[in-house]
Design a protein around this ligand. Structure first.
Ligand code: NAD
Length: 261
C-alpha cells in the first residue's frame, strides 16, 4: 500500500478533521500516532478501532499542545517506537469568536500556543530524523483564515497567517533534503470546532443559528456547501505522496471558492 512502512503523526486527531486524516493514512498502510484531548475510554476505542480496521499499529499520545516539553516527548517516543515520524500533520486547533477589545487574554494566548507555536515545537523535534532518512512530509492544517480575515477571530487569523509564514520558511530550509512542508487551508468543515463557534457568533453578530450557518459560514463559500473531512484527508494524502515531491512551501485552499472572492 501507498504508505506501508511510513509513520504518520497527526496532532489533534481524536476528533474532526484530524481523525479523518488518521483513518485515511491508516487505510493506506501507515502506522499512526493519534493525539488529542477527550474521554480516555472513547480515545482508546478510537485507537483500537483504527488498529483493527486497517491492520496497522496505532498508538495514542496525550501530549497537550500547549506544553512544549510534552510535544517534544511525543515526537521522541514516536521516533523511538517507529524509527521516525515520516509524516507530521500539525492539525490540533481551537477557536474563540469575540470582538478584539473584549477578547480574553488567556484565550488569545491559548489559540496562538495551540494553533501556531505547537507546530514550531513539533517540526523542530521531527526534522532531525527526517533529515537522516532524507524523506519527510510536514503538513499543516491551516485555514482559509491563513489567507483572508474575518471579524471577531483575531487570535485564530493571526495564528493561521503565522502558520503560512512558518511553513514557507521550513520549506526553504529543507528543500534539498527530500522533505516538503505545506499548509492546507480548508474553508468551513462541519466539525465540533465549527459547531461550537455558532453560539458565540450568534452573540457577536446578533443572529440566529440558521443565519450564522447560511449568512456567515456558507455565504463565504460559493459552492454553498461545507467542505468534508474526507476531502481534506484526501488532499493531505496527496501532499504526503511521492507525486507531491515537488510541491513545497504552498499555502493551498480547499474552501469551495471562498478565497477566490
Ligand atoms: P475539532 O474540534 O473537531 O478537533 C480539534 C482537535 O484538536 C481535537 O482532537 C482536540 O482534542 C485537539 N486539541 C485541542 N486542543 C488541544 C490541546 N491543547 N492539545 C492537544 N490536542 C488538542 O476541530 P476540527 O474542525 O477538526 O479542526 C482541526 C484543525 O482544522 C484545526 O487546526 C482547525 O483550525 C482547522 N480548520 C478547521 C476548519 C473547520 O471548518 N472545521 C476549517 C479550517 C481549518
Amino acid at each position: 500500500m501507498e504508505f506501508d512502512k511510513k509513520t504518520a503523526l497527526i496532532t489533534g486527531s481524536t476528533s474532526g478533521i484530524g481523525l479523518a486524516i488518521a483513518k485515511n493514512f491508516a487505510s493506506k498502510g501507515a502506522n499512526i500516532i493519534i493525539n488529542g484531548l477527550g474521554d480516555a475510554q472513547e480515545i482508546e476505542e478510537i485507537r483500537a478501532t483504527i488498529a483493527k480496521d486497517f491492520g496497522v499499529q496505532c498508538v495514542y499520545s496525550n501530549a497537550n499542545m500547549m506544553a512544549p516539553e510534552e510535544i517534544r516527548k511525543m515526537i521522541i517516543s514516536s521516533q523511538e517506537q517507529f524509527g521516525s515520524v515520516d509524516i507530521l500533520v500539525n492539525n490540533a486547533g481551537i477557536q474563540h469568536v469575540c470582538p478584539i477589545d473584549e477578547f480574553p487574554e488567556d484565550k488569545f494566548n491559548a489559540i496562538i500556543a495551540i494553533n501556531l507555536v505547537a507546530s514550531f515545537h513539533a517540526i523542530k523535534a521531527a526534522l532531525p530524523k527526517m533529515k537522516e532518512k532524507k524523506w519527510g512530509r510536514i503538513i499543516n492544517i491551516a485555514s482559509a483564515h491563513a489567507l483572508v480575515a474575518s471579524p471577531y477571530k483575531s487570535a485564530y487569523v493571526a495564528a493561521k497567517h503565522g502558520i503560512a509564514g512558518l511553513i514557507k520558511t521550513v520549506a526553504l530550509e529543507v528543500a534539498e533534503l527530500g522533505i516538503t512542508a505545506n499548509a492546507i487551508c480548508p474553508g468551513y468543515v462541519w466539525t465540533p470546532l465549527v459547531q461550537k463557534q455558532i453560539p458565540d457568533t450568534m452573540k457577536a453578530r446578533n443572529m440566529t443559528e440558521q443565519q450564522v450557518i447560511n449568512d456567515v459560514m456558507l455565504s463565504a463559500q460559493p459552492t454553498k456547501k461545507f467542505v468534508t473531512m474526507e476531502q481534506v484527508a484526501a488532499m493531505v494524502a496527496y501532499f504526503a505522496s511521492e507525486s507531491a515531491a515537488s510541491v513545497t512551501g504552498t499555502v493551498t485552499p480547499i474552501d469551495g471558492g471562498w478565497t477566490a472572492h
